[in-house]
Design a protein around this ligand. Structure first.
Ligand SMILES: Cc1cc2nc3c(=O)[nH]c(=O)nc-3n(C[C@H](O)[C@H](O)[C@H](O)COP(=O)(O)OP(=O)(O)OC[C@H]3O[C@@H](n4cnc5c(N)ncnc54)[C@H](O)[C@@H]3O)c2cc1C
Length: 440
């Protein structure tokens, strides 16, 4: 292709640009925000929040940007393995999962490294502007119009021709409105209202937790429909000798910005968070974020869709962040894009294969997150068929994963998106989980 355009230069856009650099002579990334390591880009407020990278996300990071982990670690990020990574459920430390490996870094730090790598690609350039519409010809997208930014800084208000266009404009992408304006149908949307609140703050890091890199605590079956036994939250050792600590809560239990309240809640968390609350000094403000609903757009349900256009990242699916799937889904969408472009002789045709591939990945993440969210008393559905039985089985498996390393290894393989959810229905795995539960 002569030119491919990526609208949005955040995490999903950077991965898409990396893939497209192998298929287009010229890749133009249109991004209105200035994204520096510490200047957080106002259009992605969640960059302030703690971001965990699932194992599959880490694998994809190294696939498309080899050597990034080493670079990040040299810059002060931490890589946790074995006992450095601790997961708690209902306040109990889970059995170790073989091969557990997690990166401790803030999202701006991770993203700034990727951006540097993408900027260094000879055929990729960034334009500081806002995409405002698409240009269509004979059923396919052939260009993108842009507008100058507020105050006339950056952006040229030009129209750019394109053979292929990627929507990586995030959760509030205007793409559907543009499509409707040009006579196309909007993609059907699945959604689940969860009303989640997040709050993240940094602390100075000493040696108060030894080699711990990640500690993550979530409510399990014992906390269903009653107050959680411990507050859900997590911490990560990040660059700059700091801890990033996040607390989460639903509906009326959303954490607020008051630092004293934050510390009080941390003291009701599992031991590592209590220790940091008691021994470390907070840096800066508590940043809050409200996430109202999980949402995915299902393009394969459309009868017609313009050629030469795909959707990646949060613009495609934005799921409850407590399961840490967003960055990994963004990277896997890039994989699907690569697979599509490798196999199609006509990239300017409707990308049905791409949507089929990527929606299969999203489906796994969606099943996992929405099934868990339905345990919240304020979440009112939609309930899938067989929900009660599924939940009963999932609760038993979760319990077995706390007690047994082999069960937890497979369980975490699914959580980390290395295995599909159906890996939890393997008869040998179920038999092992049953033995663990019967052994008491
Ligand atoms: C509170 C919270 C915590 C999270 N924690 C995790 C976690 O622990 N792990 C994890 O994997 N994921 C997490 N996520 C999800 C993760 O943040 C998203 O999945 C990720 O940001 C998606 O990247 P994206 O590039 O698709 O969209 P975004 O990061 O939202 O970026 C969209 C980009 O599009 C640009 N843009 C917007 N409009 C235009 C336009 N008109 N023209 C051009 N560009 C435009 C924006 O400036 C922005 O740069 C979390 C999300 C939230 C809300």
């Amino acid at each position: 292709m002569k030119r491919a355009i990526v609208m949005g230069g955040s995490y999903a856009g950077l991965f898409a640009a990396r893939v497209l650099s192998e298929y287009a002579e010229d890749v133009l990334v249109i991004e209105p925000d200035v994204i520096e390591e510490d200047g957080l880009g106002r259009r992605v407020p969640q960059r302030h929040q703690l971001h965990a990278l699932l194992s599959m996300g880490h694998t994809q990071l190294e696939r498309w940007f080899p050597g990034t982990t080493e670079e990040l670690v040299k810059g002060g990020a931490l890589l946790g393995e074995g006992d450095d990574v601790r997961f708690y459920l209902d306040g109990r430390l889970k059995a170790p999962a073989a091969g557990a490996r997690m990166l401790g870094a803030t999202r701006p730090f991770l993203e700034s490294h990727l951006r540097r790598r993408v900027t260094a690609l000879a055929n990729v350039r960034f334009l500081r502007a806002q995409a405002t519409d698409l240009v269509f010809r004979r059923g396919r997208v052939v260009g993108v119009t842009t507008a100058a930014l507020d105050g006339g800084t950056g952006g040229t208000g030009e129209t750019f021709d394109a053979d292929f266009v990627v929507d990586a404009m995030g959760r509030n992408s205007p793409l559907e409105d543009w499509l409707a304006r040009h006579g196309w149908d909007r993609a059907p949307v699945d959604s689940m209202r969860i009303d989640l609140g997040y709050a993240t703050v940094l602390f100075h890091r000493g040696d108060e937790l030894g080699s711990t890199v990640i500690a993550h605590s979530s409510p399990g079956p014992a906390s269903d429909y009653r107050p959680a036994l411990t507050e859900p939250g997590a911490l990560a050792a990040v660059e700059g000798g700091r801890w990033s600590v996040v607390l989460a809560g639903y509906a009326d239990h959303r954490p607020g910005p008051d630092p004293e309240e934050f510390l009080r809640r941390m003291r009701r968390c599992v031991a590592p968070l209590r220790t940091v609350a008691d021994t470390s000094t907070m840096i800066g403000d508590v940043r809050t974020y409200r996430f109202v609903e999980s949402r995915r757009r299902v393009h394969s349900r459309l009868n017609r869709f313009p050629g030469g256009l795909v959707v990646v990242g949060d613009a495609l699916a934005s799921v409850n962040p407590v399961y840490g799937q967003g960055l990994t889904l963004a990277a896997l969408a890039a994989n699907a894009l690569g697979a599509h472009l490798r196999s199609t002789p006509f990239p300017q045709s409707p990308a049905r294969d791409y949507f089929r591939l990527v929606e299969a990945v999203v489906e796994g993440a969606w099943q996992l997150s929405t099934a868990a969210d339905l345990a919240q008393p304020h979440v009112t559905g939609p309930y899938p068929r067989g929900h009660r039985v599924q939940k009963w089985v999932a609760d038993r498996l979760t319990e077995a994963s706390v007690r047994d390393s082999a069960v937890n290894t497979r369980y975490m393989g699914v959580v980390n998106m290395e295995l599909p959810p159906k890996a939890l229905t393997d008869p040998r795995f179920l038999a092992r989980a049953a033995r663990v539960l019967l052994a008491g």
